[in-house]
Design a protein around this ligand. Structure first.
Ligand SMILES: [Zn+2]
Length: 191
């Protein structure tokens, strides 16, 4: 479908750079991709996305004044096709780099993953049997089941909705301030 956009002309100045990029979130607020503001505006016009946060700078059209979209969220029309691959990093991301037993957010190097049903007892290395654990909690639980150890994860693990789970933003210091609240939960502590 071709969509005609109103002509939006960024007023150029030193304080008003045109390279504003837009962070796109999934319908469930997962950081999904980074687009040019032009592409993000197209998504808003086609109804594929809604604005979540704006930059202060304005875009001027003949009859409209917009602010550059800083963060948009895809509407429920959006259906991801790829399945989420199982990986250590994706498990940590799903669990927001938080030990599911003591609920502390940690650095990557302080985390490991725990088999809820231990491998020796037939537990598999799959999305629904693996949770993020800090090393002390992991060794405390040892080769016991959750029942035996009396340790239960905060959230029962599931395969995340099919998506590449890695956030497109890996370094908060390079991201615009408007993105931080949406990206921070998916980065390791101290990142
Ligand atoms: Zn822990």
């Amino acid at each position: 479908m071709r969509v005609r956009l109103p002509l939006l002309v960024p007023s150029l100045s030193k304080d008003n750079p045109v390279e504003h990029r837009t962070l796109v979130l999934t319908n469930w607020f997962f950081p999904y991709q980074i687009l040019s503001w032009q592409d993000a505006v197209t998504q808003i016009y086609t109804g594929d996305a809604t604005v979540v946060a704006e930059y202060d700078d304005e875009l001027r059209g003949a009859s409209v004044i917009w602010k550059y979209p800083a963060v948009v969220r895809l509407t429920s029309k959006f259906k991801p096709k790829r399945k989420t691959k199982f990986s250590r990093f994706n498990v940590f991301t799903r669990d927001r780099f938080t030990c599911q037993y003591c609920f502390q957010r940690k650095r990557m190097s302080e985390l490991t993953y725990d088999h809820m049903v231990p491998r020796k007892r037939g537990g598999q290395t799959k999305w629904d049997n693996i949770v993020t654990a800090c090393k002390p909690c992991n060794s405390l639980k040892g080769s016991k089941t959750c029942d035996e150890a009396g340790m239960f994860p905060r959230v029962l693990p599931v395969r995340p909705k099919s998506l590449p789970l890695v956030s497109p933003v890996r370094d908060l210091s390079r991201a615009p301030a408007e993105w931080h609240d949406f990206v921070r939960p998916y980065l390791p502590a101290y990142a």
